[in-house]
Design a protein around this ligand. Structure first.
Ligand code: MOS
Length: 771
């Protein structure tokens, strides 16, 4: 297929892309027609409930299900003593983990307890209430051992993961000679930043409905960010060919990364359904969400910064320590953003882990970039204060004209425009540079800002377009919609690419029977899927062109295919647009009811170099290319701090981002607002508290784990810089799912510093830290 992959000057563009179109799935969602993973009314469906461990470390000495199993409605109770075996468990000693299964351990495969709330039984009954009641009657006796709660525990053994195994979640990096450059620097700042455990807590908890249609064929309705990844994980674990495992995800109520992988409750539900010969659905409870699908790990980072007297960075040294599970070496890669945000010739990053009795942590919105930007952006603020320099001036002085971490030119970078526009919208020039000097009544007022960036990860996906002679189209790609607008923006892209109006396009996603698409993760979905659809539409146009130039009755008869283009649903000559015909006329004359095209959308360096990672990859992988590809942006925050109570209230917010083509002004604005609020939550409220002694959780509910509500958030101003990037993909889309959260915590902390003169380096910034 020889298609010119550029949409910018494409005459197919009908002006729908970019418009603030209302969600095409909005009505189905508010009327309840939209079916989430736990809402498929299958015949004979029964309910699974997890019973979990009260202790964080030890052994089950006895598990007594006798009373529970006699309760009315109870169908089966599975424990480590009777759970059917998987073909491959994540913890098969000789085997590697299944693709897409992030945890190197599956509960109910033995009597060992490794973390609090580890599932110890799956109870299946005819109603949810009966299953829940029976689960409470399962008696578990333990031989308890002293758990390790975190890397801070004196008994925790801190190790360098690179020496243990090549867990490539965060590399040790070095450029130049940072130690000697630092020693020679007139300005040296060293500071330690801590980040609490954060849990994703999407509105819809993890849920699985498993339906075995035959002994060797299962359909799983799953709340996942990627049907392909879940299919891969389950087919490996079950030992079934992939086409015998179908995964369907039509709607998701948020994910933030925790639904990017196949966690233990999913295979447990699938096994239970198989064993009882009936479909089973299992929905995690809110408290179970805190120990079932990963979390952002508790961590400390030390950033040492060297600079000249003028404020030019000379050296950056980053060290990170975090908690991991007994089996996995997961760590967010905080250092990557620190390595590329500013021009700095000397850089070093190392990280360490400690095993504790916790489940495996995982990626959470802007994994690495969010906490990493907290460290570098607060340190830059400190440096500006020490130099008496404006924080934006300092950033411009250290502006990276090419990627410092690779030396490659940027595919595009509009950060200077973001700073300028953000400062203008926010009224930055009115800021009194002196910290602690601005008051509004009893409140201390502070203004802070920070830079944001997020990589364009490498990925690819596929799409199929079926265009009907009656003027409508069905467009398909096995993507998922986290709730952020995939259905809507892809309908817009398809409409423009085909020259149709949006009401003539039906876009289908969320099924492994559709063309393969990557996870909605790593901000790759918008760019990959939109480009696949665009390419599939071009495939249709090529096929129609071929038919037209061979058809004596066509005005394009005997034209050379390369002389033909398309515009608003018409095939026309490039140099004589009056000559041509509608696709519908051509197809009707040829008695074609429909025509199909397929497209492969590449994204990131893979688009540029013609190489791409596996389509099933979540996108958290980079490939070699000529350019460094990133989105950039900036956040501005105003806070009001009550000096008597120590409370911090965000009173104004401005975000300006440049992320290539914006597919829908309304959903994009919502996504930036959502990510910023998420970041404000991590800055001021969110913390999962794990008890130091018992390694159990003290606040595993939304009553106790605080997230921002409407009253905590002011009116937010969001703008995008118009940016055309010809290198990233056919559509020029960089993606905005995660950049929205990067730099947010730093902007808040910098505003708190400006209000109070007090630098708080420990998230969340709760009142006792402010006082
Ligand atoms: Mo997102 S944290 O890349 O699923």
């Amino acid at each position: 297929m020889d298609i010119e992959p550029t949409f910018f000057d494409s005459p197919g563009a009908g002006g729908i892309v970019g418009q603030p179109l209302d969600r095409v799935d909005g009505r189905d969602k508010v009327t309840g027609k939209a079916r989430y993973a736990a809402e498929f009314p299958l015949p004979g469906l029964v309910y699974g409930v997890l019973r979990t461990s009260e202790i964080a470390k030890g052994k089950i000495t006895r598990i007594d299900t006798a009373a529970a199993v006699k309760e009315p409605g109870v169908i089966a109770i599975f424990t480590h003593e009777n759970l059917p075996k998987l073909a491959k468990t994540p913890n098969t000693p000789e085997g590697k983990k299944a693709i897409g299964a992030p945890m190197g351990f599956l509960p109910l495969t033995g009597n060992e307890i490794h973390y609090a709330n580890q599932p110890v039984a799956v109870v299946v009954a005819d109603t949810f209430e009966r299953a829940t009641h029976a689960a409470s009657l399962v008696k578990v006796s333990y031989e308890q051992a002293q758990p390790i709660a975190s890397f801070l525990d004196p008994k925790a053994e801190i190790f360098d993961p690179q020496k243990v195994q090549d867990g490539k979640t965060d590399g040790h990096t070095r450029r130049g000679n940072p130690k000697s450059a630092l020693a020679a620097s007139p300005i040296q700042l060293k500071a330690t930043y801590t980040h609490a455990i954060n849990n994703h807590n999407p509105m819809e908890p993890g849920s699985t409905t498993a339906h075995w249609e035959a002994a060797d064929r299962v359909t799983v309705y799953e709340s996942t960010q990627g049907v392909t990844r879940t299919q891969q994980a389950l087919s490996e674990m079950l030992g079934l060919p992939r086409d015998q495992v179908r995964v369907i995800t039509k709607y998701i109520g948020g994910g933030f990364g925790c639904k990017g992988s196949c966690w233990p409750h999913t295979p447990l539900t699938v096994l239970a359904a198989k064993a009882i010969g009936r479909p089973v659905k299992l929905v995690l409870t809110r408290p179970q969400m805190f120990t079932s699908m990963g979390h952002r790990e508790d961590q400390t980072q030390t950033l040492t910064l060297g600079a000249t007297k003028e404020g030019k960075l000379t050296a950056l040294i980053h060290e990170k320590t975090s908690t991991t599970s007994p089996w996995d070496n997961y760590a967010e890669s905080n250092s990557k953003i620190i390595d590329l945000l500013y021009e700095c010739p000397n850089f070093e990053a190392t990280y360490q882990l400690a095993r504790a009795n916790v489940m495996t942590s995982t990626f959470m919105r802007a994994p690495g970039e969010a906490p990493g930007s907290f460290a570098i952006e607060c340190s830059m603020d400190d440096l500006a204060a020490q130099l008496g320099m404006d924080p934006i001036q300092l950033r411009l002085l250290n502006y990276a004209e090419k990627d410092p971490s690779t030396g490659k030119p940027w595919s595009s970078k509009s950060l200077k425009q973001c700073y300028a526009r953000g400062a203008e919208l926010f009224g930055w020039s009115k800021r009194n540079p002196k910290a602690g000097a601005t008051r509004d009544g009893k409140y201390l007022v502070g203004m802070g800002m920070a830079t944001a960036s997020y990589p364009v990860h490498n990925s690819q996906g596929t799409a199929r377009v079926r265009l009907y002679a009656d003027g409508h189209a069905v467009v398909q790609s096995g993507a998922t919609d986290l709730g952020t607008g995939t259905y809507t923006v892809m309908t817009q892209v398809a409409a423009d690419s085909l020259g149709l109006t949006v009401d003539k396009v039906r876009f289908e996603l969320g099924d492994t029977r559709l063309p393969t698409a990557p996870n909605s993760g790593g901000s790759v979905a918008a760019g990959t899927v939109s480009s696949s659809i665009y390419m599939a539409a071009q495939d249709v146009w090529q096929k129609l062109t071929k038919l037209a130039v061979q058809d004596k009755r066509s005005p394009l008869y005997r034209a050379k295919p390369e002389e033909v283009t398309n515009e608003k649903g018409r095939l026309i000559l490039k140099n004589d647009k009056s000559k041509g015909e509608d696709f519908a006329a051509l197809m009707k004359r040829l008695e074609l009811t429909d025509i199909e095209g397929t497209g492969n959308g590449k994204y990131g360096a893979g688009y540029e170099s013609g190489m791409a990672a596996s389509a099933a990859d979540s996108g958290h992988k980079d490939d070699a290319g000529q350019h460094s590809m990133h989105s950039f942006g900036t956040h501005f925050c105003e806070v009001r701090v009550d000096p008597e109570l120590g409370t911090v209230r965000v009173s104004r917010w401005v975000s300006v981002h440049a992320a290539g083509r914006i597919l829908n002004a309304k959903t994009a604005r919502s996504q930036i607002i959502g990510g910023s609020i998420f970041g404000i939550g991590s800055a001021l409220m969110e913390q999962t508290v794990r008890d130091d002694h018992f390694a159990r959780y003290t606040n595993a509910s939304l009553a106790d784990y605080h997230i921002p509500v409407n009253a905590d958030i002011p009116e937010m101003t969001v703008e995008f810089i118009d940016e055309h990037d010809p290198y990233i993909n056919a559509m020029g889309v960089k993606g905005i799912g995660e950049i929205s959260m990067v730099g947010v915590a730093a902007a808040v902390a910098n505003a708190v510093f400006h209000a109070t003169g007090k630098r708080i380096r420990s998230l969340p910034i709760t009142p006792e830290k402010v006082l």
